[in-house]
Design a protein around this ligand. Sequence first.
Ligand SMILES: NC(=O)c1ccc[n+]([C@@H]2O[C@H](COP(=O)([O-])OP(=O)(O)OC[C@H]3O[C@@H](n4cnc5c(N)ncnc54)[C@H](O)[C@@H]3O)[C@@H](O)[C@H]2O)c1
Length: 277
Amino acid sequence: MALIALTGASGRIATALRPRLRAAGHRLVLCDAPDAVGDALRDVDPATERVVEADLRDIDAHASAFAGADLVVHLGAHSDERPWDEILAVNIDGTRAVCEAARLAGVGRMLLASSVHAAGYVPVDSPRAREGMPLPAPDTYYGVSKAALEAIGGLYAGRFAMTVVSARIMTFDDRPGGPRSLQSWLSPDDMTRLVLAALTTGVPGHHVVWGVSRNTRRVVDLAPGLAIGFDPQDDAEAHASEVERRDPSRPPGVLGGSFADTAYVLGEPHGGTRPGP
Ligand SMILES: NC(=O)c1ccc[n+]([C@@H]2O[C@H](COP(=O)([O-])OP(=O)(O)OC[C@H]3O[C@@H](n4cnc5c(N)ncnc54)[C@H](O)[C@@H]3O)[C@@H](O)[C@H]2O)c1
């Protein structure tokens, strides 16, 4: 049984992880912003879960929350495009603060939630996507923040001998929602497998892996994840006929999909459609 601390604990991914990690026998520390805890953090099990209210940038609060943890899973973020100052404050300063708090608490392992948008301009049919891990090619300020998160993870792994997994999560959902998701879906059970791989891998250092299920139509390489023991099992193909009946369009040509489109205005949350400058 391990103690796993989660930031962004009232968010979508953490909400799906909590029952699965508890069922695997682990205890959890659930960290989120004071204004996010409350109704959003439901069904807390006092026997196995402890809630900590703190802004991501509060290093002292997180260092104390992380005491005794075997793994920190850093999910807290603006999970969409935002103005640059908000992205800088929460996603970049916040990630540095969480890593520093983990170091101060003596935690040796971290899983950092990066995103496909760190490499959103990589063409889906390019060898850079198919083999290994492409260099960052961010499609938004949000994507830049995830490339920075990977750099911060590399810094902490190198300087402080931590084991850090930066996972370029593609499309997390209960089930694939559209044609792009048939390539990019990450199921809740496979997300849980990713956390357990970060908890148990014996390979030290910094690893950038894809957070994606074993989808028949995937366009990225499972090998970096397999190297740390992340062996996804689910396949979006099981939902393909239902998805294609709803939306027969072809998936976009770059990994970042609509975020990488010039009609998607920098600094505006998803749905911003004014033409860019
Ligand atoms: N859901 C996806 O498909 C997907 C894909 C790629 C990457 N990711 C990344 O995975 C992580 C989790 O995604 P999600 O879908 O659960 O996101 P979410 O938006 O549902 O949850 C993010 C959480 O971060 C918290 N947070 C935001 N600002 C904070 C602050 N200043 N201090 C403390 N907490 C703060 C929010 O309260 C929220 O609970 C994010 O980092 C996101 O960028 C998600």
